[in-house]
Design a protein around this ligand. Structure first.
Ligand code: AMP
Ligand code: GLY
Length: 421
């Protein structure tokens, strides 16, 4: 089979490495890919949002399945465009990807179907937001841009001044463009966070092994929210008991709700959960694999990913028995100095070798480019170093050992992955 993976980050590199393990796959293309991906797939110079470019390439090259990995092209209808042209694609259509693309949609969906989530109100007028926040007068308060914002559109305001600043940035300065036309103001919840990615064909939902992201830029969960600075799998807070509650009150009701709305979801649905004192609640949905959750979850997948993708496209996921390894995995993201704000690009990376430096470790490239045989930084999150072990501690030790051998100017990474709630 020939597979085209749309996207260019660490998640896409991980997906490609997993697809390479399949005896059914002859050729993998990436659009546009990155420096590290170029070693594992043929990168083609087509942007992830270029629907016509992707459709034309898939048709001309007889691609069997297009794997649309990032949120933006899913929300923009990449899968719809491919299907309309008779091309098989893995990922939800636009009318289902809205579960991530609009927080107003997802919050209203959860309210309508009784799926546990934080209490909230929606606003389109900045003056009204502050009126509401003042009348409530309870901090912290959570303010979220409605639309996609690279994982950075959520502000936890500790006082009135911070709330005012957030409302101004999102709604008046339009820091996230039209994504900030509406905002959700939400109750602040507490408890450990869990990411659960799930395969679904719209009929059944098969949760993958759990994971935990570390979203803040710095140690001790300080600094700004990022796309994710590191992950572990499994998540120690996700017990079998919690998993069963989630299946009954969150996973299955969500699939049913989307069907009932005429928005059947097919692909990977990501449940961002918080285990609150009142039980698990949904913090957010994503319409895709998480990044860097994919980097710790997919390495544990033992079943052929292509078999699963086809079963989802053909709506026969119930026939497939999905197997996972018992090993623990950890991923440490090496980011550019300054990320998630501005950062330099084009710095040479030293100490990289493709075997991951340490037995049991793998280097997934997120933002790199390859020039004359050398790798240079080319994004905020540069590398995700993943390792596996019999225990989480062993996985972490190997991952950090591999990290210590790699460097570039200004590199920053968290030293406490796997150690915080
Ligand atoms: P989101 O992009 O919606 O996942 O939010 C990013 C991060 O903000 C989450 O991973 C949480 O750490 C935090 N967060 C979002 N909503 C809430 C909430 N209602 N209460 C507490 N923390 C939250
Ligand atoms: N790591 C969180 C996300 O992919 O949105």
């Amino acid at each position: 089979m020939k597979i085209l993976v749309v996207g260019s980050g660490g998640r896409e590199h991980t997906i490609i490495r997993k697809l390479k393990e399949s005896p059914r796959v002859d050729k993998i293309y990436a659009a546009p890919g990155n420096g590290g991906i170029a070693k594992d797939a043929e990168c083609v110079n087509i942007g992830a949002m270029d629907k016509k470019g992707i459709v034309d390439f898939a048709r001309e090259n007889n691609i069997d399945i297009v794997f649309v990995a990032p949120d933006d092209p899913l929300a923009a209808g990449m899968v719809d465009a491919l299907n309309e042209n008779g091309i098989r694609a893995f990922g939800p259509k636009a009318n289902a990807a809205i579960i991530e693309g609009s927080k107003v949609f997802s919050k209203n969906l959860m309210k309508k179907y009784g799926i546990p989530t934080a209490d909230y109100e929606v606003f389109s007028d900045p003056a009204k937001v502050m009126e509401y926040i003042d009348s409530r007068n309870r901090y912290p308060v959570v303010i979220k841009a409605d639309g996609l914002a690279l994982g950075k559109g959520v502000i936890i305001a500790l006082d009135r001044e911070e709330a005012l600043g957030a409302v101004k940035e999102i709604m008046e300065d339009k820091k996230f463009g039209d994504s900030g036309n509406n905002v959700v103001v939400e109750e602040f919840l507490t408890g450990p966070e869990v990411s659960v990615l799930a395969f679904t064909d719209g009929k059944v939902v098969k949760p993958m092994v759990s994971s935990k992201d570390h979203k803040r830029a710095y140690d001790n969960d300080e600094g700004l929210n990022t796309g994710g600075m590191g992950t572990i799998s499994p998540n120690p807070y996700y017990t079998d008991g919690i998993a069963e509650i989630c299946r009954k009150t969150i996973f299955e009701p969500t699939i049913a709700a989307m069907n009932n709305e005429g928005r059947t979801f097919k692909g990977c649905l990501y449940f961002g959960l918080m285990i609150t004192p009142d039980g698990p609640k949904v913090i957010e949905y994503n319409a895709r694999f998480g990044d860097p959750e994919a980097q710790v979850v997919l390495p544990r997948l033992k079943t052929d990913l292509v078999d699963i993708m086809e079963a989802i496209i053909d709506e026969r996921l119930s026939d497939i028995d999905i197997q996972w390894s018992d090993e623990a995995t950890a991923c440490v993201v090496m980011a550019s100095g300054g990320y998630p704000l501005s950062y330099p690009k084009g710095l040479e990376i030293s100490g990289l070798d493709e075997n991951g430096q340490v037995e049991g470790a793998t280097v997934y490239h997120a933002g790199t480019k390859l020039e004359n045989g050398k790798f240079y930084t080319n994004g905020g999150r540069v590398l995700g170093i993943t390792a596996s072990g019999k225990t989480l501690d062993e996985a972490l030790e190997k991952a950090y050992c591999a990290v210590s051998k790699i460097s570039f100017d200004g590199v920053h990474y968290r030293k406490d992955i796997g150690k915080t709630k």
